[in-house]
Design a protein. Structure first.
Length: 420
C-alpha cells in the first residue's frame, strides 16, 4: 500500500494515461467501397474505425501500428442498410391466426412479443439492417423496451427508432364489436378529438417514442387534412416526425396535403398526390409485399397478383415522379426457413419489379432512409465522422442488387456482428 500522497500520484497518473492512451483502431481493407448517394464505387480502400466511428477512408490511408485489421479485400463494402417500416414485436402465425394480426395481438402476451422483438432485432442486424424504424404494433411499448435494451448494450440489435402506440380514429385497424370494445387496446391509441390527439402524442413522447405513427384511413371515417396537420404540429413540438399509414386514395390525399414526414404503403395514391408529396419533401415508404409472400395469405384466385400489380404500379409512379423513396418492408409473418431479416430483404424483389435500378434501391435503403429517420448526420454513408455501420457482400450491388440477400459481413457502431 502506498502512503497517501503516492496513492494520489498513482491515481493521477492512471487517469492521465487513460486519457491519453490511443483508442483501439480497426482497419478494414475493402475491395470496393460503394457510395449509394452518387451510385458510384471505388476500388482498394482502407477504412479506419475508432470508438465506433469512421475516422478515415481512402486508398492510401496508413494503418496505425497495433490496429486490428479486417481483410475484406475480395468483397464490396457499403453502408449498413435501413428498413424504415418494421414491426419487430409482432409475428403473425399464418395457420394459427388465419393471417389476421388482430388474432395475433390477442393470443401473444406482451412478454412474448418483447422476446420476439429481441430475436427479430438481432435477425435484422445479421441480415445487414443496421438501422430500423419500427412503426408500432408493439402492444404496450414492448419495442420501446427492446430499443432500450439495445441502447444499453444488453442485447444485440440495429439502431432503432420506434413509434410506441399507433394513433388512429376509433377502432384502429381492428373490426371491434360493441361487447368487446377493449380488445384493440393497448395496440392502438384511439384519438378522434383534438384533445385526444394531443394527449396520445404526449403519451407516446413521454414513454419514449422516436416517431409518431398514425393510421389515417382504415375505418369508414378518416383523418382530415386539418386533423393530420394538427398532429404534425403537435409531434413537431415534441421533437418528433409523423409517419402516416395510408391505404386509400382519399387517405393518401389528406396526408400528402398535410405535409407529413412520410407516407406509408401509399396504396391507391394518385399521381397528383405523389407530386404534392414531392413538393412537400415527404418521403414515400412503399411496402409492396413480394408476390411470393403475398400469395401465402391472399388465397382467393388472382387476388395476390392483382394486389401486387396495383402496388408495384404505385411504386413505379413514385419513382417516375421523383418523390424521395425510403425502403420499408412491413414484414410481419413467421415464415418457415426465414428469419425476420432474411424475410425483409426479399422486399428488394418488389422494387426490382417496379423498375427501380440498383442505384435507386440502394439510396432508398441508405441515404434517403437516414434522412427520413433524422440520423443522416450520424449514419447512412461511409464517411469520416459517421458511425461505423458497414456491411459487405461479394459481387457488385450497383449492377446486381440481389447480392444484398447474401450479406457476409456486418459491423454496427464499430462492433463486428458477423464476418465471412
Ligand atoms: Zn406496417
Amino acid at each position: 500500500m502506498f502512503p497517501a500522497p503516492r496513492r494520489l500520484l498513482a491515481a493521477v497518473l492512471t487517469l492521465l494515461l487513460a486519457r491519453t492512451a490511443p483508442a483501439q483502431v480497426t482497419a478494414i481493407r475493402a475491395g470496393r467501397v460503394v457510395d449509394p448517394e452518387t451510385g458510384t464505387s471505388v476500388p482498394s480502400q482502407v477504412i479506419l474505425v475508432s470508438d465506433g466511428k469512421i475516422t478515415a477512408l481512402g486508398p492510401d490511408v496508413t494503418i496505425p501500428r497495433g490496429a486490428t485489421v479486417i481483410d475484406l479485400s475480395r468483397l464490396t463494402v457499403l453502408p449498413g442498410l435501413f428498413d424504415a417500416h418494421t414491426h419487430l414485436c409482432m409475428s403473425v402465425q399464418l395457420q394459427r391466426d388465419a393471417g389476421s394480426y388482430y388474432l395475433t395481438t390477442l393470443r401473444d402476451p406482451l412478454s412474448y412479443r418483447a422476446v420476439e422483438g429481441v430475436a427479430n432485432a438481432r435477425a435484422m442486424l445479421e441480415a445487414g439492417f443496421t438501422t430500423v424504424r419500427d412503426v408500432g404494433n408493439e402492444g404496450d411499448y414492448a419495442c420501446t423496451s427492446v430499443r432500450w435494451a439495445i441502447d444499453r448494450g444488453l442485447i444485440v440489435g440495429p439502431t432503432m427508432i420506434n413509434a410506441g402506440r399507433i394513433i388512429a380514429p376509433y377502432g384502429g385497424q381492428f373490426q371491434l364489436q360493441p361487447d368487446r370494445r377493449d380488445l384493440a387496446e393497448p395496440e392502438y391509441y384511439f384519438a378522434d378529438t383534438r384533445d385526444e390527439m394531443r394527449k396520445a402524442i404526449r403519451e407516446n413522447a413521454h414513454y419514449g417514442a422516436g416517431v409518431i405513427k398514425i393510421v389515417v384511413d382504415d375505418q369508414r371515417y378518416i383523418y382530415s387534412t386539418d386533423d393530420i396537420r394538427f398532429m404534425v404540429e403537435e409531434a413537431r413540438v415534441a421533437g418528433l416526425k409523423l409517419a402516416a399509414h395510408v391505404w386509400t386514395r382519399a387517405g393518401a390525399h389528406n396526408a400528402a396535403a398535410a405535409g407529413v414526414a412520410s407516407l406509408e404503403h401509399l396504396n391507391g395514391i394518385s399521381d397528383e398526390d405523389l407530386a404534392v408529396a414531392k413538393a412537400n419533401g415527404t418521403v414515400a415508404v412503399f411496402t409492396p409485399f413480394p408476390l411470393s409472400v403475398l400469395k401465402r395469405f391472399r388465397t382467393a384466385p388472382g387476388q395476390a397478383e392483382a394486389e401486387y400489380r396495383a402496388e408495384i404500379d404505385r411504386l413505379a409512379a413514385g419513382y417516375r415522379i421523383g418523390v424521395p423513396i425510403a425502403f420499408g418492408s412491413d414484414a410481419i409473418h413467421d415464415l418457415a426457413g426465414y428469419t425476420r431479416g432474411t424475410q425483409a430483404i426479399m422486399w428488394i424483389d418488389s422494387y426490382v419489379d417496379a423498375g427501380l435500378p440498383p442505384r435507386a434501391i440502394l439510396r432508398a435503403m441508405t441515404s434517403t432512409a437516414a434522412h427520413l429517420l433524422g440520423v443522416d448526420g450520424e449514419r447512412g454513408a461511409i464517411r469520416p465522422g459517421l458511425a461505423a455501420d458497414l456491411i459487405a457482400v461479394s459481387g457488385d450491388p450497383l449492377s446486381d442488387i440481389e447480392v444484398l440477400k447474401r450479406v457476409v459481413f456486418v459491423m454496427k457502431n464499430g462492433q463486428v456482428i458477423r464476418s465471412p
